[in-house]
Design a protein around this ligand. Structure first.
Ligand SMILES: [Zn+2]
Length: 335
């Protein structure tokens, strides 16, 4: 079987093609966008990252099915992350395509556009999570990065609440699935048994939780509720943003729920031994499929892991299983 990142346009259902686009310098390797024939042209689920390599490959992949980038009339973007959103913005500038994005991601876009921010938002979050050294490293690492606002322009339409869309002859359910980001949406064609899942349900990895510049109160609770929502829908073919297409959305949702149950158990066990911060607990947990230690990871992944642990501990507090107190500027959890 060919690797899912292999360039091309792969038919997953009549009139629907999966097109993997490159993500250089990114551990995820590639992002799938899905081109749906809408009668007048194409609707793309996700746009890819606005970089030259992705644009070139989008062109050649569409050419292989006798289509052009100018055929794209609209984008349904699952969430605001750069590998999903930014190329929708650059294609719109050239061809006037219509771009939709979940309104829950508006605070993130607002923050990208804000000019009066003098501290990277993750720096105070990491301090509060008990990781002042990581916060310092993060501050240095992001010191000179100013976003290119031209790839972060606002969408034409904010998606709000669950609703149905018509895409050519198809009826698509737009389903709000906050968790990975607050504005995340999945798109389902129930008649054809397709779930365009974005990063909400990924086949081989778990999406990051609690890693947003504007933090949700309970990102993990939101994510688990959104998983339950998708589990209550019919079992659909899983069309993920990263990874190969798989047969059953239900099977993977069950695995993701079990994964987080297990992480919650590990967090309980860590705190019942000793009160500690999110960073303390993250150091005791295994990370990635290879069960790596936190200390073996770079600053970016250390921050990701620390804030995901925070999401687990905050959920246990909300469920009344733990308490927390702020001591010396850091949240300390205890049973
Ligand atoms: Zn993402």
């Amino acid at each position: 079987m060919t690797d899912w990142t292999e360039p091309g346009a792969y038919e997953v259902a009549p009139g629907v093609h999966r097109i993997p686009l490159p993500l250089p310098m990114d551990g995820l390797r590639a992002v799938n966008v899905y081109a749906i024939d809408n009668g007048d042209g194409l609707t793309l689920v996700d746009g890819g990252w606005a970089i030259e390599e992705a644009r070139t490959l989008l062109e050649s992949s569409l050419a292989s099915i006798d289509r052009k980038v100018s055929d794209i009339t609209s984008f349904l973007v699952t969430h605001v992350h750069r590998d999903h959103y930014t190329q929708a913005v650059t294609v719109r500038r050239e061809f006037g395509s219509h771009v939709s994005l979940g309104i829950g991601d508006k605070p993130t876009l607002d923050l990208i556009h804000a000019t009066d921010v003098d501290e990277n938002p993750y720096v105070p979050m990491l301090r509060l999570a008990g990781a002042p050294d990581v916060a310092k490293e993060w501050a240095d690492f992001t010191a000179d990065s100013t976003p290119d606002l031209s790839i972060w322009e606002y969408p034409d339409t904010w998606l709000e609440d669950d609703h149905q869309l018509t895409v050519g002859s198809r009826t698509i359910d737009a389903v709000s699935t906050p968790g990975h980001t607050q504005g995340h949406f999945v798109f389902a064609d129930v008649a054809d048994g397709l779930l365009f899942a974005g990063d909400h349900v990924l086949p081989t990895i778990t999406p990051s939780i609690g890693f947003e510049p504007v933090l949700a109160d309970q990102p993990l609770r939101d994510f688990l509720e959104s998983l339950a929502k998708v589990r209550a829908m019919p079992d659909l073919q899983l069309l993920p943003a990263h990874g190969a297409v798989t047969a059953s959305s239900h099977a993977r949702v069950d695995e993701l729920i079990a994964f987080h149950d297990h992480r919650l158990d590990l967090c309980r066990a860590a705190i019942s031994d000793n009160p500690g911060t999110s960073y303390d607990v993250a150091q005791q947990l295994p990370w990635t499929k290879r069960d790596r230690k936190l200390s073996e990871m770079d600053v970016f992944n250390t921050a990701l892991a620390t804030l995901e642990t925070r999401a687990h501990l905050e959920l246990l507090v909300a469920r009344g299983e733990m308490t927390r107190a702020t001591i010396d500027g850091a949240r300390v959890y205890s049973m």
